[in-house]
Write a protein that binds this ligand. Structure first.
Ligand SMILES: Nc1nc2c(ncn2[C@@H]2O[C@H](COP(=O)(O)OP(=O)(O)OP(=O)(O)O)[C@@H](O)[C@H]2O)c(=O)[nH]1
Ligand SMILES: [Mg+2]
Length: 407
């Protein structure tokens, strides 16, 4: 009888995020910590652990640990793994009851790890265990990240159907379109087989969604040198795949989330989304105040009130969301008031600029007034964003006063 997959379990998807990997207080004997995330992998776990230990004992005896992180699998994978601990003392087992999800399982394992190099390998033997040594060699040569790749030289997939190949490549292409600078750094950004140096991710809040941890590591980590090693993704011999429609949705969610959170483009996208919400507020309020079926106030007064409320709406969202990293550095009501005044002035100048551009484009250049308005709005959005980025939510760098330090 097939076992329940994690998606049908009643546990919430990892509520305790973001997750931070700690720095190591001091270097111990363990150099490599390899996490094996499992859900219903009872049929493979023994073979995988014994093959990994055979390879690693020959090269890293006493200097590695394996950490199985299981999400309370109904097929008792965790219990089986615990029984293996007598035979393989370098094996640790974590059984999660409150959380689930592949990527967070790996992070929980890394949180408990002792190694300077952290890694992940699937629990179903689809990743050849001997690959760990090849990746380890790359780390020893100084890489920050060593990735097992299906699309590098000598890599591939065994017997994937055409449908699965298309889905896999399609997902990669979508990722490249959304985050070219991140997914473009490796040939197989959806790989679940890699080693990363602890210092590249320690202390950084990580918040992956679903399966694809490597993307999160590439996006948020401080990863310099990357090496890739090709491998053939094996056919599943035992157990069942956990990939579902939900996995694809989580992947898209993760991409969008990262796109909105990273860099100036992320800030601009958040700023534009807030601007769109302000347009709705403005329209709704104008309708409520001015329309004869509602309050029927004069157009000028109604427009002034609706614009100001929209500006307040936008300010609040920008302060709490778009520029929250800056807001955190400048707490207090007075600072917020200063930002509000600046924001208001910039938006009002933007409004005048909008009208000027509209007249210039439509009356002087003969562009249709609706198109002219659209162009003017586009230009003013950039204007508003740039000035607010530079003035309202600016981080002031204070140079230390050397005289003061010498006192
Ligand atoms: N702890 C934990 N492990 C998981 C979860 N989902 C998947 N895994 C494990 O993550 C690894 C990869 O999952 P798979 O379902 O095999 O995904 P895949 O290899 O990309 O897909 P298939 O080729 O269909 O097997 C396996 O070891 C799974 O047991 C989860 O929610 N929690
Ligand atoms: Mg698999």
């Amino acid at each position: 009888m097939p076992h329940a997959t994690p998606a049908s379990s009643t546990h919430p998807e990892s509520p305790l995020v973001p997750i931070r990997i700690p720095f190591l207080p001091q270097l111990g004997p363990i150099q490599l910590s390899l996490v094996i995330p499992t859900y219903n992998e009872a049929s493979s776990i023994r073979d995988l652990v014994s093959q990994l230990c055979a390879h690693l004992d020959a090269n890293l005896f006493g200097a590695y640990e394996l950490i199985v992180v299981d999400d309370d699998s109904p097929d008792y994978t965790a219990k089986l793994a615990q029984e293996l601990q007598q035979e393989f003392p370098q094996l640790k087992v974590i059984c999660r009851h409150q959380e689930r999800g592949l990527a967070t399982a790996v992070l929980r394992g890394w949180q408990a790890a002792q190694g300077e190099v952290l890694g992940v390998i699937d629990g179903d033997l689809q990743h050849p265990p001997e690959m760990i040594l090849k990746l380890w060699q790359q780390m020893q040569r100084g890489a920050d990240l060593a990735v097992g790749s299906r699309y590098a030289e000598s890599g591939g997939v065994s017997y994937w159907s055409l449908g699965r190949r298309i889905i896999s490549r399609g997902a990669q292409l979508i990722g490249l379109a959304v985050l070219p600078g991140i997914l473009g750094r490796v040939s197989d950004p959806l790989s679940g087989l890699f080693l990363v140096r602890r210092k590249s991710i320690a202390g950084i809040p990580l918040n992956p969604k679903g399966y694809k941890l490597l993307i999160e590591v590439l996006a948020r980590g401080k990863v310099g040198t990357i090496e890739e090693v090709g491998y053939i993704f094996q056919e599943r011999q035992n157990g069942q795949s956990k990939i579902q429609l939900q996995t694809c949705i989580q992947y898209l969610h993760h991409l969008i989330y990262l796109r909105f959170s990273l860099g100036p483009l992320g800030s601009f996208l958040r700023f534009s989304t807030v601007g769109l919400s302000g347009t709705f507020v403005d329209m709704a309020l104008l309708y409520l105040l001015h329309d004869p079926t509602n309050l029927g106030w004069g157009l000028m007064a109604s427009k002034l009130i609706s614009s100001e409320v929209a500006i307040l709406n936008n300010f609040l969202w920008n302060d709490l969301w778009t520029f929250r990293s800056v807001t955190k550095l400048q707490p207090g009501a007075l600072n917020r008031l200063k930002r509000l005044v600046k924001f208001n002035i910039i938006c009002l100048i933007g409004l005048s600029l909008n009208s000027l551009l509209l007249i210039l484009l439509s009356e002087r250049l003969g562009i249709h007034y609706l198109l002219a308005n659209l162009i003017a709005i586009g230009i003013v959005v950039f204007w508003n964003f740039y000035l607010n980025f530079k003035l309202s939510w600016r981080v002031t760098e204070v140079k230390p006063n050397p005289d003061k330090n010498n006192l």
